[in-house]
Design a binder for this molecule. Sequence first.
Ligand SMILES: Nc1ncnc2c1ncn2[C@@H]1O[C@H](COP(=O)(O)OP(=O)(O)OP(=O)(O)O)[C@@H](O)[C@H]1O
Length: 206
Amino acid sequence: MLHVDAVTCIKQERCLFEDLSFTLKSGEIMQLEGPNGAGKTSLLRILAGFAEPMQGQVKFNQQCIGRNYDEYAENVLFIGHKTGVNTALNALENCQFWLNTHGLESGLDLYEVLADLGLVGLEDVPVRQLSAGQQRRVALARLWLNRAPLWLLDEPFTAVDKKGVQLLQQRFAEHLASGGAILLTSHQDLTTHFDKLIKLQLEYRI
Ligand SMILES: Nc1ncnc2c1ncn2[C@@H]1O[C@H](COP(=O)(O)OP(=O)(O)OP(=O)(O)O)[C@@H](O)[C@H]1O
């Protein structure tokens, strides 16, 4: 699904990674590990097409992602540190917005999705009035609303409690079983066993 070919990234005259190559196939989950500043977010942003690598290529289904970016964007779900949630809107309105912008009629009961995420009774509260973990849960509702096969998730468990982490990993398993692929950064180990878990370590280079 995703093919990273000899990618190099330099920021502020520091080489974060050089000649990095790997493949992520359907059904596989990759955890990017490494110390703060190693370049995990920088790599995810390159894979999402938000930043250009200094050298190398990123291919999705054999095609360079820049070649038909709009098509690629439909196939990838990126959830970064900035969650993309409109905090002036409530959880339900955010979900409706995501469904509308992706042109999806999911047929899902949004109240049910938000209930699964532990947001019962909070659907109508502006997101800015929710706790950090609850705001993160609203952002992660996109994992239930999106049909993109490739998920790029930057620290998805930040501020999420243990039960929430379990729920997310359950969702990951469903996504992988239906042919999706996931690349995530996380400073904590996954607690669910995934048969096809690949770990990629980025070192802090000086
Ligand atoms: N917007 C930016 N402008 C310039 N340099 C940046 C920018 N963002 C990050 N960097 C540089 O790139 C390096 C790698 O940052 P990055 O966010 O990719 O690391 P990370 O491995 O995701 O770290 P963390 O674990 O803290 O999230 C940083 O040390 C910083 O010097």
